[in-house]
Design a binder for this molecule. Structure first.
Ligand SMILES: Nc1ncnc2c1ncn2[C@@H]1O[C@H](COP(=O)(O)OP(=O)(O)OP(=O)(O)O)[C@@H](O)[C@H]1O
Length: 283
């Protein structure tokens, strides 16, 4: 597989916040969700990838080009959606469309028209006067219509209503099916993760806290309901116990072996599912 993006030992200090060192690779044709609590460094990482904040250490490679150079043609291969669009408040949606379609050589006018019609965005209203949700929908339409190979999205559905979120996810799925596209999406929405992601990258206080295949993550944590009381010592991989007889582990095979050896019986066991696994990893 070819890499769309490589982040190699990247560090960035902003006042007392240190991001990194971050090492990650996004394979072409995959969707990776960037997950972390508020202030973990997700936006900072995405801005650093876009060179809106230049890293202090390390290298970022986009489709084989090092981003740390005067030639910024690598940016044409990325459609980046920040949380807010700065400096565009006085432009209407129609005016922004004209500007964006000139800047981006692969601009897809049909796709744009379809998105703004679906979202029912008032295109003659100035961007600054749109509701936050409509601003985000317009921004999403402008971003996807650039038709770039790599999509970098910073919490793209944070202000959207429930119906729009669903429509947007459908657009992303359709967009992924067109060619070998890659998506890196920072999100707090379980629905985005469940429906879109192949991989999850966790970030905690500026540090990478792990990369997981989504389908494997859902099968990694198991809860056991025991027929007798738990021992006072932790069992293998124990992450939580409730009462005296319910325990959750991230090492289910080792835990099972431990119970068998210790002669502890259990009457039920269950994988905890994706949402709870993500919550444990974010704690
Ligand atoms: N311009 C700045 N000046 C000072 N500190 C900053 C600046 N930008 C970000 N930070 C700090 O960097 C840290 C990471 O912020 P960042 O916005 O990257 O987090 P995040 O994971 O995107 O959070 P959220 O989920 O709340 O959007 C925070 O402690 C934040 O206060």
């Amino acid at each position: 597989m070819t890499a769309s993006l490589e982040v190699l030992s990247v560090e960035k200090k902003i006042e007392d916040f240190l991001l990194g060192p971050i090492n990650l690779t996004l394979e072409a044709g995959t969707v990776t969700a960037l997950v972390g609590n508020n202030g973990a460094g997700k936006s900072t990482l995405l801005k650093t990838i876009m060179q809106l904040a230049r890293q202090d250490m390390g290298e970022i490679i986009v489709f084989g080009s090092n981003t740390n150079q005067d030639d910024e043609s690598w940016k044409k291969q990325i459609a980046y959606q920040p949380q807010t669009l700065m400096g565009c408040d006085s432009f209407t949606g129609n005016e922004l469309k004209v500007l964006f379609s000139k800047w981006y050589p692969n601009w897809d006018d049909n796709w744009f028209g379809n998105m703004v019609d679906t979202f029912e965005i008032p295109m003659n209203k100035k961007y600054g006067k749109l509701s936050q949700g409509n601003q985000q929908k317009l921004l999403a339409s402008l971003t996807l219509s650039k038709n770039a190979q790599l999509l970098i999205l910073d919490e793209p559905t944070a202000h959207m209503d429930i119906v729009s979120k669903r429509k947007y996810t459908d657009f992303l799925i359709e967009w992924m099916e067109r060619e070998e596209k890659t998506i890196f999406i920072s999100t707090h929405q379980m629905e985005d993760i469940r429906k879109l992601a192949d991989y999850l990258i966790f970030i905690n206080r500026g540090q990478m806290a792990g990369k997981f295949e989504k389908d494997k993550l859902a099968q990694q944590y198991k809860r056991f309901w025991l027929a007798e009381d738990l021992p006072p010592v932790s069992i293998p991989g124990e992450i939580e116990r409730k009462g005296l007889r319910t325990v959750t582990t991230h090492l289910p095979i080792e835990a099972e072996a431990y119970f068998l050896k210790a002669g502890i019986n259990w009457h039920a066991e269950e994988y905890i599912g994706l949402e709870e696994a993500v919550t444990y990893l974010l704690k």
